[in-house]
Ligand binder design. Structure first.
Ligand SMILES: *Cc1c(COP(=O)(O)O)cnc(C)c1O
Length: 419
């Protein structure tokens, strides 16, 4: 029995295969220690946008590390963080005015929740309840797990999780139930904030809903004074076809959470953007109104330099065209699977495509994930299905030929599993 010193995430070391050693990455491809190539069809857990080791990002990292590696961010500041904040405000939905840095999607969401509660306390109207969408995922820390869907992944920690008002997912044709539930929850004046993944719920199973519903949810929150938190940790940076998913609903959230693709997926960095209303509520001669949050590496200069380079790529390269092209390729490839009776529920938004493998029973479901992952790897493709949901979320440099490999691996999966 292998005993790993390194304890890997979401890994059952007793049954999962040994982790695959990777030595290099370039564009959409990874290289293993034994010189095999693996196509990174999930962007290394949704973070890599332009491809591994984009030259502009690599150069920015080299350049910054030679000047300043790290500095305390309370009482001190630096150009990479200041300039990045301006660039983020420029590209984000209009009305967001302040940028708070942290270092992961989970911390970006924790910061958002704390900002929301701080807002209400500081304006003397303490509201503390949070509403969230059914099947939502916001991270793996105690607060973000509380906001996210409950299940086997967090059963052990349930006693520590706080209660949230759960709003039903807006299934196609049943959107009104969602809106009614949100309206009812907002009406009693105790909701501090509603947190939502705009347009697509990622870890909850790549569940897509419409921009009209998103816009309506925002309107309901406004009506009841409930702060609207958009968790764009996954949807940000072009995944849904636009830089941010909120744009498609023409809404500006009160608080916006960004991470994953913020540095193009090269280094860990997160940002929580807030409107001036949230900032002003914390702006006071009364020191008890300070926003009490920090982490050691808040706004690390090298990470900020990488993020600036990412925004530079958005400004100077045809990223929008690449996204549109990839979305078209995904659409075509998915259509070829849609007529395959072994699959169901093909769905797509922007560069993300998903389809469900029909499975006979739940017991099979429990073991299907590792078997699928192994099958895909033998085909040289990194895919990591969510239960029986197979999704493809590649970097924007993925070619038609690359994508063909991915979909061949998917269409051959049912037969390979049956063997
Ligand atoms: C991945 C994800 C998070 C958590 O981000 P980490 O960087 O893994 O902490 C939060 N929200 C959403 C929507 C995500 O997809």
């Amino acid at each position: 029995m292998a005993r790993n010193i390194v304890w890997h995430p979401f890994t059952q070391h007793a049954t999962d295969p040994q982790p695959l050693p990777i030595t290099r990455g370039k564009g959409a491809w990874l290289e293993t220690e034994d010189n095999r190539r693996v196509l990174d069809a999930i962007s290394s857990w949704w973070v890599v946008t332009h491809g591994h080791r984009h030259p502009a990002i690599v150069a920015a990292i080299h350049d910054q590390i030679d000047k300043l590696d790290q500095v305390i961010f309370a009482g001190f500041t630096h150009e990479p963080a200041e300039r990045l904040a301006e660039m983020l405000i420029d590209i984000a939905p209009p009305g967001l005015a302040h940028v708070f840095y942290s270092d992961s999607g989970s911390t970006a969401v924790e910061v958002a929740l704390k900002m929301a509660l701080g807002y209400w306390r500081n304006i003397g109207q303490p509201r503390t309840r949070i509403a969230a969408l059914e099947h939502g995922y916001h991270g793996d820390t105690i607060g973000t797990m509380s906001a996210g869907a409950r299940g086997v992944f967090n059963a052990a920690y349930e006693p520590l999780l706080f209660d949230v008002v759960r709003i039903p997912f807006p299934h196609p044709g049943r959107e009104q139930e969602t809106l009614d539930a949100l309206n009812a929850a907002g009406r009693d004046g105790t909701l501090a904030a509603f947190i939502v993944e705009p347009l697509i719920l990622g870890a909850g199973g790549m569940l897509i809903y419409g921009a009209g519903t998103l816009a309506e949810m925002k309107r309901i929150c406004e009506r009841h004074g409930v702060l609207f938190i958009a968790d764009e940790v996954m949807t940000g940076w072009g995944r849904t076809g636009t830089p941010f998913a909120c744009e498609q609903a023409r809404i500006t959230p009160d608080i916006l959470c960004l991470a994953k693709g913020l540095t193009g997926g090269s280094l860990p960095l997160a940002a929580t953007l807030a409107t001036s209303r949230i900032f002003e509520a914390h702006f006071s001669k009364d020191r008890t109104r300070t926003f009490f949050h920090s982490s050691s590496f808040t706004a690390n200069p090298v990470c900020c330099a990488a993020a600036r380079a990412n925004l530079g790529i958005w400004a100077s390269e045809p990223v929008h065209d690449r996204i549109a092209r990839l979305a078209e390729l995904q659409k075509g490839a998915l259509a070829s699977l849609a007529s395959d009776a072994r699959f169901e529920n093909p769905r797509q938004i922007g560069t993300i495509a998903a389809i469900d493998l029909k499975v006979p029973d739940g017991g099979y479901l429990a073991s299907i994930g590792p078997a699928l992952r192994t099958h895909f790897l033998t085909r040289g493709v990194l895919l990591r299905p969510l239960g029986n949901t197979i999704y493809v979320m590649p970097p924007y440099c993925t070619t038609a030929g690359d994508l063909a490999l991915v979909y061949e691996a998917i269409s051959s999966a049912p037969d390979a599993l049956a063997e």
